[in-house]
Design a protein around this ligand. Structure first.
Ligand code: B12
Ligand code: SF4
Ligand code: SF4
Length: 272
């Protein structure tokens, strides 16, 4: 395999990946707190970012667990291709680090920069795949806080390979991907985590993890309402069995913002 961008992209697309782009490792759009590729691999020169589209049927399925299964399979395909391409690059003398589409992630009770105790635990990817995807020209971040791609809208899963190979980078897309009047993701969010173009991670994390509409109380006065909510959930849910299932299949409780988004030219003929 010749060491140029287009042959690597062809190889990746032949493996069933839908979108691929390349970014300069030294010039990556970073999130907060920053996780630059060179902090993970000092010799990094390029970041290859890949996306696989979800099946739209699973996005619209009434039971989110059907989507979760689809998520796991898209992650598996991405991770397998990242391993294969990464190993192929290493055989040609380029150190390569696949960054999984899935967990595990960093879990912080303290701010990793200041050491200050955070009021709520935060989780963090070792590399922000969304930001890497923007740098690699795959799309832009919309009001939903998700990457919006031209062909598949936000209905994609992402994965990356950091490599010491110098590859021709793609041009990042600029501009807001959202139609001006659209607020569908904000209207769809069950806990108001998306408001006026801003994303609040805490209520989203709580709802995504447990389906709870309230955050664990920060004050004494908030406990009665929180306990009432827990009891209401407990009447119809078996948390022990749910926890067991989550351990096995990484269940999600929400994709409402993704589901509500009308973007993606490929889906025009398929949308209900
Ligand atoms: C952790 C995580 C979550 C967490 C936390 C989200 C978050 N933004 O932090 C939870 C579980 C809540 C979550 C929810 C969702 N996620 Co998620 N998630 C990730 C993961 C693993 C890392 C995200 C990350 O670290 N980003 C980098 C941070 C730095 O940037 P940020 O998101 O802009 O900023 C947040 C943090 O900085 C944090 N934060 C704020 N202040 C502070 C302070 C400190 C000290 C710390 C430590 C953190 C922190 O909050 C910020 C947002 O306000 C990525 C995969 C990856 N490795 O990138 C997938 C990923 C972003 N998720 C994805 C998806 C699809 C979802 C969901 C739809 C849920 C689902 N069912 O899958 C929702 C969407 C929520 C939304 N509208 O953004 C996809 C997005 C695909 C796309 N098209 O964009 C990704 C890329 C996974 C993938 N492999 O494709 N996610
Ligand atoms: S995943 Fe659900 S809770 Fe989180 S921002 Fe999207 S709609 Fe809101
Ligand atoms: S639902 Fe509308 S506002 Fe939200 S991300 Fe999609 S296009 Fe943008």
């Amino acid at each position: 395999m010749a060491m140029d961008s287009s042959s690597i992209k062809d190889m990746i697309l032949r493996e069933g990946i839908d979108l691929v782009g390349i970014a300069d490792a030294g010039d990556l759009l970073l999130a907060h707190p920053a996780r630059p590729p060179r902090s993970l691999m000092p010799s990094a020169k390029s970041v290859i970012v890949m996306a696989v589209a979800h099946s739209l049927g699973s996005v619209y399925a009434p039971d989110i667990r059907l989507w979760t299964r689809n998520k796991m399979q898209t992650s598996r395909l991405l991770d397998q291709v990242a391993e294969k391409v990464g190993r192929s690059l290493e055989r040609q003398g380029f150190l390569s680090l696949p960054v999984s589409a899935d967990k595990p992630v960093e879990i912080h009770k303290r701010d990793p920069i200041t050491g200050r105790k955070l009021n709520r635990t935060k989780v963090l990817g070792q590399l922000s795949l969304k930001h890497a995807a923007v740098s690699a020209g795959l799309g832009n971040i919309g009001r939903s806080n998700l990457l919006i791609t031209e062909r598949f809208g936000p209905h994609v899963r992402l994965c990356a390979i950091i490599t010491s190979a110098v590859l021709e980078p793609d041009t990042p897309r600029v501009g807001d991907p959202c139609p001006q009047a659209c607020r569908r993701c904000e209207d769809a969010c069950p806990v108001g985590a998306l408001k006026e173009g801003r994303y609040n991670v805490d209520p989203c994390f709580q709802y995504w993890s447990w389906g709870f509409g309230l955050l664990p109380p920060a004050t004494l006065g908030a406990w009665p309402a929180y306990l009432k909510m827990l009891l209401a959930h407990n009447r119809s849910r078996d948390f022990v069995v749910e926890f067991g299932q989550t351990m096995i299949t990484d269940v999600d409780n929400c994709i409402a913002c993704m589901k509500a988004c009308p973007m993606g030219s490929e889906w025009k003929r398929l949308r209900p």
